[in-house]
Structures are given as structure tokens and as C-alpha cells.
Design a binder for this molecule. Structure first.
Ligand code: SF4
Length: 221
């Protein structure tokens, strides 16, 4: 029976014969050129199913194992590759650039987050998001680490997850005033996560240690 091939970003499908490969599309933002490339790859390799995923990516589904390398090569930089124990994605809402309710601009910071963190190795699977206001359309409340824009800056949230035992994320830092400070704080949290000797979602670690102790350990406050 076939298994996932994490080093190729290939996820085995229900038929246990074919694979899905994802297209890297940070925050769901894309271009006509990228969409044409994806469509060309799907046609050229006769990929039967093309799906927009909940992680704001596109999945090419139903690829036979012998075609995986060729599909990846044809996707080039668009190939996502984030499978297994890594930071899978950074979801982004439209933020104050486009959304009338936005309190902070999400695009630049979200792209920086994707640039820095996407595919980084961590002890367990890890998902990130950024929302431009407390309506939280990207559901930072159930992501491992994320930002929620407020009128005063950014709330940094840690330890949320979905799944069969969902957990709401905990407030790690409140109203961090600037994008660069928020990004620096995220870098520290991710580095701390990478140093953990625990094989579980970060929400379990938050429950075990407590958010106050984690705040003290990472930021000394
Ligand atoms: S989280 Fe706020 S800013 Fe982002 S899309 Fe939702 S309402 Fe708009």
C-alpha cells in the first residue's frame, strides 16, 4: 500500500494509488500567469481533479506516482512541498488593504511570514494565519500560531488547532504595535517551537506548560 512521500510533497489519496501535489499560493493570492501554468500542468499531465483547498492553495489530485517528478518540475517555483512535520501554510485575509472592516494591513506581513516560515521544519505539524481584525476570518483561533489585527497593533495567538479535539488559541502577546515587532516575536516563538522535544501539536504544550510560563520563557515577561 502506497504512503505519503513527504520529501516530494506528495500526499497519497484514498485509492492508495495516486497522489495530490499542492501549488504554493501564499494567502490565496495568485496571478493570471500562475493560474495559466497550473492549468497547463493539469492538462499536460491529465490530472483529473483540481481543487481549491481550505489552506488557500490549489491541489492537483490523482497523480500517478510515476508522474510526480514531472509534475513538480513543470510547476517549478509554484510547487508547494509543505507536507509532514513543517510549517504548512500562512493563511491571510484581505486585511485593511481591501476589507472595509480591516484594522491592520495583512498582505505585506503575511507575505513576510510566508517567506520566513513556510516549510520550516518543526517537531509537529504547524499552521499559521493572519487576520486583519478581530472578526478573524482566517481562524487564527484554531491555528498553531497567528496574528489578529486590532486598532492598536497585533495580538499574537498561540496553540490553536482544529481536528477531532479542537482547541482555541491562547493570547500570547497583546497589541504588539508594529509589523516588525510582531514579526520578530513570531520568529522567537517559532525558534522556541523548533527547540521543543515534544511530538505533539503546540496546543498540547500550551496546556501542559501554561501560556504565562511560555510568555516568560520566550519573552521574559
Ligand atoms: S478578519 Fe477582518 S479584515 Fe480580515 S477579512 Fe475578516 S472582517 Fe475583513
Amino acid at each position: 500500500m502506497k504512503q505519503n512521500i513527504p520529501e516530494k510533497g506528495a500526499v497519497v489519496q484514498r485509492d492508495r494509488e495516486t497522489y495530490a501535489i499542492k501549488v504554493h499560493m501564499p494567502g490565496g493570492f495568485t496571478t493570471p500567469q500562475a493560474l495559466r501554468t497550473v492549468a497547463d500542468v493539469a492538462e499536460r499531465h491529465e490530472i483529473p481533479t483540481v481543487k481549491v483547498t481550505i489552506a488557500q492553495r490549489i491541489a492537483l489530485i490523482g497523480i500517478p506516482e510515476e508522474k510526480i517528478d514531472a509534475v513538480r518540475a513543470d510547476l517549478g517555483d509554484l510547487e508547494d512541498g509543505a507536507t509532514g512535520l513543517c510549517i504548512r501554510y500562512v493563511k491571510m485575509c484581505p486585511g485593511a488593504t481591501w476589507c472595509k472592516r480591516g484594522q491592520q494591513v495583512t498582505y505585506d506581513l503575511g507575505m513576510e511570514m510566508d517567506n520566513k516560515f513556510h516549510r520550516l521544519q518543526v517537531p509537529w505539524k504547524f499552521k499559521m494565519a493572519v487576520s486583519g481584525c478581530p472578526n478573524d476570518c482566517t481562524e487564527v483561533c484554531i491555528r498553531d500560531l497567528g496574528l489578529i489585527g486590532t486598532s492598536k497593533g497585533w495580538n499574537i495567538m498561540l496553540g490553536g488547532n482544529g481536528g477531532s479535539r479542537p482547541r482555541f488559541s491562547s493570547l500570547l502577546l497583546e497589541n504588539v504595535p508594529t509589523e516588525s515587532e510582531a514579526l520578530t516575536a513570531l520568529e522567537k516563538v517559532v525558534a522556541w517551537t523548533q527547540s521543543l522535544d515534544k511530538k505533539c501539536r503546540i496546543g498540547k504544550v500550551v496546556e501542559e506548560l501554561g501560556i504565562e510560563a511560555i510568555r516568560e520563557e520566550i519573552f521574559g515577561k
